[in-house]
Design a protein around this ligand. Structure first.
Ligand code: SF4
Length: 930
């Protein structure tokens, strides 16, 4: 036997059976392998073992005392007993002791003796053990103190009396979510878990991710009820699906009361994406489909509400009053007739469609097929234009492909992370947990943003720079990297072109010059250049702080230049990762929901490609690329686009310069909106079609890593609402183009048949984990790390960029810079999250972040309402004192229609990506007259 074999496995006896296990295996795992599930309370394989509950003790022959199996490692020749009298006595006594302190079942958050939580079905492991041991009345007296309840959190109830101090919640918060909110306080009987410095949970820095609640084995931490009051005897159905919110694409399991067609709870599901973790939106934002305002029947605008007002239906308490209920036949026939009539009179170019990054690949494929094959135009787009269009433009130009190069979890392999223009803990919270973990493990973390994000608390370097000066900062970094010879000459030589152009451009951006333009101290620029340039491997993550500028493409070009310059692409732990916003913004683009390309980014102007799609779809297709989101709206105002079909988009809140958007919406001859609520945009519709929410459909969704994943229907759409692709297919059929699909899977197979990069992806293969594309063959595992050998365009290209200021700089009249973005609890235009009880309760209103200095200068107190004006509009909003923005800047989230940030933003576009400058415009803040 070789030495390697001796050190790799060992043999021991457990309850008389011989077991062979690898070196380092705990007795807990060895027993499991032998078929014995030892009882545990403090242990969970997700966490490091701490052996505090002693419930898993076993008897090891020759050992003086019982051994905690969760930490005791197996040894060769060991003889172990898991069910000896000594073990059983110990286990029973421990349960009795714990039960003596345990609240009566009715008060413990448990459902009598059935050992499940009455609202959510969460098992109570201590009660289960007590039942197993037959313990009804504990022998020992209860502790003399009441440790109390804490109901201050909007989502989690804390019953300190049911806490057994197993530390699972602490490890979940510290080691999994890396938030470090929970600790222990008090002594003896008064020991208990505490939040921050013993604050009530709801007033602490807890972000309500629920990881602690999921980890708690008793009734100490439980969900507050969101949808049902008390569970009856109906068993809950478990349905594996995905989170409907951000591009991380976390796997979840819905618990559904099938009889009531109601989702009761969401739990994280283990997958390569999220390892079972969730954020507050994924765990608690699930009840919006049950909201009373759901659309359940088709609606047609009443004649008395024509002509449409530019202000929409804002004068009505309930916009429904402007519509009458209709049958599906009436609504779809009307839509089909009007679209056909406009096409016949003005041609297909007078029509356009916005699909949705929240809908499935199958929904969006059919949507763009309808616009192209039936409307006869390429005027089809979606909110990718407002998100990463500039990043994609730069990636296509320099690399030849628009997706990320490495999955975000590769940060656990990297030497350095550079996060710029991304509020990751709020916008991609579960991805952020991996980044915080990587930083804890020793990776250098560089965070750069004009507004200080929470991730800066975990960073080695936090760089605050003047808004809109990203190019100057990044050119300064590259200047130092070249000057100090930190670049990868071999990589540049072998895999890139145009290095000399870059060298020449950044020559002028000395640390002095970059410092003057950006406001960053010179030495910090040099230090960061060295931290990034000297790392063995480095990853760059960016968000809309980079892309949503008129220089968005130049900003992205600089980041790509930086990665190429240092050879940080094509290996594990390196690469470029523009973090995608919506849950399916990647997939919607992949399946052709953009005006220039069909599925798989196949150009509409390539004759061979077009002929392939014409042959498959049986119609002649438009030869010209279509218009983008903001261009379409401008064409409406010009009278060239007459009618639109919008599925799940809400440009009223999401597009820049709302006052202009309102005019466009009111000016349209005919507008069909398909959605789940009457959105601000739907108030301008002629016909409203009730579609399906995320848990009401099956389909594929593609996350920020380009991983295609399968979501399963958990509940039925309410009333007459229909699954989205059914509506699209029905409308197409009524317009004379039959779409006789029978299932989502059939649509997916058609997508695959036209899209080589999806060639190997089938529903069957997606059943459990999902697959990253490209995945061209049936047995191909999919590519997670791209560009290992070459780039889609051959050699990658350096594209140098010169610094240019933002379009609208502050002046005497409008002296402050407005930055817009998201908050943790809400998503996009708030259509879903503002109708999710818990999320709306935690973050009920818009708050304008302002520095204490700027507030003082204007005499503004915290929580005071102010007027914010720009050249395009004005709004009233409450102020919060914050050190996050820099002096001279303010921040406003864009989710809230009562203080719609896009009333203020400018619709100036990046010339390449056509993305608006959401992150920078000049505003004035005024104190309101009392
Ligand atoms: Fe959902 Fe994103 Fe949160 Fe995951 S990180 S639970 S996908 S919102």
């Amino acid at each position: 036997m070789s030495e390697a074999t001796i050190t790799q496995t060992m043999t021991l006896t457990i309850d008389g059976a011989t077991v062979e296990v690898p070196t380092g295996t705990t007795l807990y795992d060895a027993a499991k392998q032998a078929g014995t599930e030892l009882p545990v309370l403090c242990h969970d394989p997700k966490f490091d073992p701490v052996a505090v509950c002693r419930m898993c003790v076993v008897e090891v022959e020759g050992a003086r005392v019982l051994q905690a199996a969760c930490i005791r490692q197996a040894e060769d020749g060991m003889v172990v007993h898991t069910q000896s009298d000594k073990v059983k006595r110990s286990r029973r006594t421990l349960v009795e002791l714990l039960m003596s302190d345990y609240p009566k079942p009715a008060e413990s958050g448990s459902n009598g003796h059935s050992a499940v939580h009455p609202y959510t079905g969460k098992p109570d492991l201590l009660l289960e053990l007590a039942q197993r041991e037959g313990i009804t009345a504990p022998r020992f007296p209860a502790r003399p103190f009441d440790n109390g309840h804490d109901l201050s959190s909007k989502v989690i109830a804390v019953n300190h009396n049911a806490c057994i101090l197993c530390d699972r919640c602490i490890r979940a918060c510290d080691d999994v979510q890396n938030n470090e909110v929970i600790g222990r306080g008090g002594k003896g009987y008064l020991s208990r878990i505490v939040f921050d410095h013993d604050q009530p949970m709801g007033e602490s820095t807890c972000v309500s991710c629920g990881e602690c609640m999921a980890a708690c084995p008793t009734g100490a931490l439980t969900d507050k009820p969101l949808t049902l009051t008390v569970l009856d005897e109906t068993p809950l159905t478990k349905v594996d699906s995905l989170c409907p919110y951000c591009g991380v694409g976390c796997s979840i399991t819905y618990s559904v009361d099938a009889e009531k067609n109601t989702i009761v709870q969401v739990a994280g599901r283990d997958s390569p994406v999220n390892h079972g973790r969730l954020c507050v939106k994924g765990r608690y934002g699930f009840d919006y489909p049950h909201h009373q305002e759901r659309l359940t029947v088709p609606l047609i605008r009443k004649p008395e509400y024509y002509p449409k007002s530019v202000e929409g239906l804002s004068d009505l308490a309930d916009p429904r009053a402007a519509f009458r209920e209709a049958t599906w036949d009436e609504a779809l026939d009307l839509a089909a007739q009007r679209f056909m009539a406009i096409k016949q009179q003005f041609g297909g170019a007078a029509l356009a469609g916005f699909g949705s990054a929240k809908c499935s690949n199958e929904d969006n494929y059919l949507f763009q097929k309808l616009i192209r094959a039936v409307f006869g135009t390429n005027n089809v787009d979606h909110c990718t234009r407002l998100c990463h269009a500039s990043s994609v433009a730069a990636l296509m130009e320099q690399i030849g492909g628009g997706s990320v190069s490495n999955p975000f979890s590769d940060c656990l392999e990297t030497g350095a992370m550079f996060i710029i223009g991304s509020n990751t803990t709020h916008n991609h919270p579960v991805a952020a947990t991996f980044m915080k973990q990587a930083a804890k493990n020793g990776a250098t973390l560089i965070v750069a943003d004009p507004r200080r994000p929470e991730m800066a608390d975990h960073a080695d370097y936090y760089i605050r720079f003047n808004p809109g000066t990203d190019v100057a900062f990044l050119n300064g970094l590259m200047h130092v990297i070249i000057r100090d010879e930190l670049y990868d000459a071999d990589f540049i030589e072998a895999r890139t072109e145009d290095f000399d152009r870059l060298r020449e451009t950044v020559q002028a951006y000395t640390p002095q010059v970059a410092s003057r333009l950006t406001g960053i101290p010179e030495q910090q620029i040099i230090d960061v250049a060295h931290a990034y340039g000297e790392a063995d491997s480095a990853m760059i993550f960016w968000g809309m702080g980079i892309s949503q500028h008129t220089t968005g493409t130049d900003n992205s070009r600089c980041l790509i230049n930086l990665a190429l310059l240092t050879g940080n692409i094509g290996r594990p732990g390196t690469g470029l990762h523009p973090l995608r916003g919506q849950n399916n913004v990647q997939g919607a683009s992949d399946v052709g929901l953009i005006p220039m390309v069909y599925t798989g980014y196949q150009s509409v102007t390539e004759p061979e490609v077009r002929q392939k799609f014409e042959a498959s779809w049986g119609v002649e297709l438009d030869r010209e690329p279509g218009l983008t989101v903001v261009e379409i709206m401008s064409e409406v105002l010009e009278g060239r686009i007459k009618a639109m079909y919008m599925m799940g988009e809400n440009p009223f809140l999401s597009d820049p310069n709302i006052n202009k958007v309102k005019k466009c919406l009111a000016a349209m001859d005919f507008l069909v909106v398909q959605d789940i609520f009457i959105t601000e945009t739907a108030a301008y519709a002629d016909v409203i079609l009730p579609g399906s929410s995320f848990p009401e459909k099956t389909g594929t969704f593609t996350n920020t890593d380009s991983r295609v994943q399968l979501a399963r229907q958990a509940i039925a759409p309410p009333g007459q609402a229909r699954v989205d692709w059914h509506i699209i297919a029905d409308l197409a059929t009524r317009m004379g183009y039959p779409m006789p699909y029978e299932s989502e899977e059939q649509i997916w197979r058609e997508i695959v048949s036209l899209t080589p990069v999806f060639g190997g992806i089938t529903y069957e293969r997606l059943e459990h984990e999902g697959l990253p594309w490209p995945c061209p063959e049936p047995d191909h595992p999919g590519v997670l790390i791209r560009f290992t050998e070459d780039f889609p365009r051959g050699k990658a290209k350096f594209s140098p960029a010169e610094y240019a200021p933002a379009q609208e700089l502050p002046d005497e009249t409008y002296p402050l810079v407005l930055n817009t973005g998201r908050v943790l609890q809400h998503w996009h235009t708030g259509t879903m999250t503002r109708r999710a009880k818990a999320l709306d309760a935690i973050a009920p209103e818009a708050l304008l972040e302002m520095t204490p200095e700027d507030m003082e200068a204007l005499g503004i107190e915290p929580d005071e309402f102010v007027r914010v004006r720009s050249r395009r509009g004005e709004l009233t909003v409450k102020v919060t004192r914050s050190h996050k923005p820099s002096q001279g800047s303010v921040f406003l989230p864009f989710h809230f229609k009562e203080a719609a940030a896009n009333l203020l933003t400018i619709d100036a576009l990046d010339p390449y990506g056509k993305i608006p400058e959401f992150k920078f415009c000049a505003v004035r803040v005024e104190k309101l007259e009392v």
